[in-house]
Design a protein around this ligand. Sequence first.
Ligand code: ATP
Ligand code: MG
Length: 559
Amino acid sequence: MNDPRDSEAAHDRPSHFIRDIIAADQQAGKNGGAVVTRFPPEPNGYLHIGHAKAICLDFGMAREFGGRCHLRMDDTNPAKESMEYVESIKTDVRWLGWDWGDHFFFSAHYFERMYAVACDLIKRGKAYVCELTQEQWKDYRGVPTRPGKESPFRNRSVEENLDLFARMRAGEFPDGSLCLRAKIDMAAPNIHLRDPVLYRIMREHHYLTGNEWCIYPMYDYAHPLEDAFEGITHSLCTLEFEVHRPLYDWVVDQLENFPARPRQIEFARLNLSYTVMSKRKLLELVQKKLVSGWDDPRMPTISGLRRRGVPPEAIRAFCEEIGITKYESLTDVALLEHCIRNALNKTALRRMAVLDPLLVTIENAEALPADIEAVNNPEDPAAGSRRIPFGSQLYIERDDFAETPPPKYFRLSPGKSVRIRYAGFLTCTGVQKDDAGAVTGIICRWDPPTAELKVKGTIHWVPAHGAQMLEARLYDRLFTIEQPDSQEGREFTEFLNPDSLKTVTAHAEPALAEAKPGEAFQFERIAYFVADSLDSKPGRPVFNRTVTLKDAWAKASKK
Ligand code: ATP
Ligand code: MG
């Protein structure tokens, strides 16, 4: 199996600028040749497919260059963080196939060290306690084209700053009243260097440190410190952090005696059509119950994709396929679906199920075999075969029969024959109707596979006697348009697809009664399905449609 985690496979792939930079750094002996990356999610929601791109890059580069990748909870902003999210993140990263070994960290565990670094900055005259209000601070900061003004508190003595900062920590001041700022340059063209805030006062319970702290470090201060503390060499992040890089470097430059000098490199985030990716919006879908939860199979979350039946290797292959660039773009969800089909084609067992049944009665019942042998996966001989009971009544798909067939209709119609999967041929000899004239069933003659009938179509079927009923949840895209969250003046929720879930009762071959939760199948001619990990029970199967069989991507790329 082509596993994108394998470094050997790297040789066949086009390189990208991050791989090139790391290779060059390693060759030049930077950081003693070590490559240490990190994936730093904020535990304020479940991971999504965009995070998978970052995960595959962070862990993939470490693996490829013989280094390691840390998993770090970026939990410096306690308001929306929780242990539930921490656990879900660990589960998802592991499920994606990555391993952080012993290198699991919480930013919150560095609070004391970060505080010490801040005190040190104060002592060296590089940070001060500021009393400007939020509005004043904004006004003093200026705009990129015009220099800012220095805060009147900028030149306090070291002693006074140390005292005030200690009292900030001790809880003597109300939220937002004071802050600690770096003393850098109020005239810097890069606005992030205009004495950025390092600490704010915020009485907020933290899921790890409880009420121990009422001051919390800002991301721009915390992140480079965490990277430095952990000996990160390459800190890979998305493009919006590019303008923050000078500040990242400034913070790193203030430190001495750290194992490595981390280097921040930015890449374009993944945007995917027909969905939204911001955690805030995903949370809104969950909270407003517009989906059943973070793991709703329509969600772009890792847990949603997993429940939908997407295998981890499909997500890794997708991340490899989209590559790493510096420019923003919108990736067609059809590419993801293509990767899912590719992966499932190799592994999913084939089964037959009929979603919209039409009863077939076979007139020459005396000739029928008791059961039929069917291969489990033509792509994988090791998957073996099974026997499907056969009988004088079968179900076929209602639209595989047409009383008056349109041109080029190769399925069943009166007087015509069709091949039925694994089991010979049917020739339609009669049509049964109700009083209103609707077709209720058809009569057919059966011929064995050895019969020499010339037919163009093959249809699937299930035995009517002993058919297993199952609930089939037919999932579709969650939104009706490509970019639901960039429509001016409109809420993204206005574009939810009302048909993103249809539930039908399907008739299936008996073998599907035994499907294990999470097991994937191809229902022949219909779609890939997975037994739902929560609701499917032995004897009462529930299946989620993962993806249909029609590959829009492969078709488009062949043109
Ligand atoms: P959101 O804006 O949805 O809250 P975030 O970027 O704040 O997302 P984090 O938990 O901070 O979420 O993300 C962890 C890491 O994943 C970061 O390094 C971030 O750059 C990366 N990441 C987040 N979204 C994407 C995406 N769509 N494509 C690639 N990487 C992403
Ligand atoms: Mg973030």
